[in-house]
Ligand binder design. Structure first.
Ligand code: HEC
Length: 134
């Protein structure tokens, strides 16, 4: 009996570890949730600096050519969880949705970690500084 309980406990913690690992695959989560707008290569939408006909901005790249690295961790997290309109406020309209209902906090962090992992050291260092100043 003791052996069975130990086995059950081992299986349960193994299942948890697998689930955690799956949830933590930032690159896969990025492709599932973000790539449709921000691009499979993080390249963003064409002409992303110009407002579209509806007066809203296209999705910017998340690679080093964009400005995601200009923002500290907290603001990046809040934009992803709550959406740009909620973070900017004042009636600002944006096509960047909030993912708070569909992604766990840890999944959002894993995606942002994946995005950061693609930046060269200069951008990473700048972003770390911004995070410290937040
Ligand atoms: C439906 C299209 C769409 C999807 C899907 C989407 N985004 Fe966005 N995202 C946008 C748009 C459009 C903007 C620019 C919004 C603005 O500035 O008004 C943006 C902006 C952002 C910004 C701010 C970047 C900056 O430099 O200011 C972050 C961070 C971001 N998105 C993260 C994500 C993440 C992470 C995901 C996936 C979990 C995601 N987005 C999925 C459309 C999308």
């Amino acid at each position: 009996m003791k052996g069975l309980i130990a086995l059950a406990a081992t299986l349960a913690s193994w299942a948890q570890a697998v689930a955690a690992e799956e949830g933590m695959d930032g690159a896969a989560l990025y492709q599932q949730n973000c790539a449709s707008c921000h691009g499979t290569e993080l390249q963003g939408q064409p002409d992303w600096r110009s407002l579209g006909p509806d007066g809203r901005l296209p999705a910017p790249p998340h690679d080093a050519t964009g400005h995601t690295w200009h923002h500290g961790d907290d603001i990046l997290f809040r934009i992803t969880r709550d959406g740009t309109a909620a973070v900017v406020g004042g009636g600002y309209e944006s096509d960047m949705p909030g993912f708070g209902d569909s992604l766990r906090d840890a999944e959002i962090r894993a995606i942002l970690d994946y995005i950061k992992s693609t930046w060269p050291e200069r951008e990473r260092a700048y972003q770390r500084e911004r995070t410290q100043q937040e």
